[in-house]
Design a protein around this ligand. Sequence first.
Ligand code: ATP
Ligand code: MG
Length: 318
Amino acid sequence: MSSLAGLLSPLEGRPHVIIVLGKGGVGKTSTSILIASELKTQGKTLLVSFDQAKHILRYLNLRRSMEIVEIDDNLSACQLDIEASARELTSRYSDLVAELFPSLTVLNLEDVTKVLKYAPGVEEEVFLRWLADIYENREYSYVVIDTPPTGISLRTLVLPRLYLIWLDKLINIRERIVSLRYVISKTLGREVKVSDPALNKLYELKEVYSKVKDALSSASRTSYVIVTNPEPLPMFELREILNFLDSELMMKPKLLVMNKVLPRDVATKLGTYDEQARAIEEFKSIQYRSVMIPYANNPSSRLEDIVKLREFIVVVRG
Ligand SMILES: Nc1ncnc2c1ncn2[C@@H]1O[C@H](COP(=O)(O)OP(=O)(O)OP(=O)(O)O)[C@@H](O)[C@H]1O
Ligand SMILES: [Mg+2]
């Protein structure tokens, strides 16, 4: 029996965050569960799912999203409800706008909130806020993150860097406004307000995003696991993710997982043997720690079945 946790070690930093990436349907949720169920023997573990399909609720027999549920003493799980979090986030934004710029309340902020909810980037923002909170949470030693489809995940992982570029510009503009206001007030002999709530908010955001950005590019805080299948599209996404980690985050994956490998006779019967063999050959040539998991006959949809997959893991590169 192979230990995924063993292949992932050492996992420094508290909490150490394991981000599981890969194309839709390859087995990200199953792999996340496998990893979390091993790590819990080494320390308090939280499994968080950002997967909109909410499969984890079914796998773990959970009823409700959003709450952290204790599965046992050392393992807790949580399904993020993107819709509910987006609603909460957008209403917080409109409260913030109302507080910082009271003159804008002549606009109907409720309408603004409704539109914001569907604005591009809200899901990524929700995902990112959770990530920021997760890195600050000292209750768990390990947090395993089951991600949404590749596009959203990768966009989210670069957001902190983009935000920091915008924030620096905004801070610069706001600092000029504040200092101008100061000069004008002084000249007119009016009372001068030293602190500016909008500027403070910008400083606060900068601190939050700097921390997440650093954590996402730190091997001692974050491990990336990429799951693929022996098929062309999942392999294409694997290469995309590898390029992304390297070029955007300057990170290497900790572990690659090729899931759902069919037995030779079955693949031959299905006419996919050559395709599978090519994918496996390419997979084996990638120079990172990697494992293969065979296709199980009874598709695993319960925690007990998923954990059984562990017995069949084959280490390709240790
Ligand atoms: N090794 C395996 N053998 C057979 N079936 C598997 C295996 N791994 C996962 N599955 C099945 O494949 C389906 C997809 O798995 P899983 O939900 O883990 O993938 P996912 O990448 O999280 O999918 P999504 O992108 O939809 O969230 C599930 O029905 C699961 O039971
Ligand atoms: Mg999933």
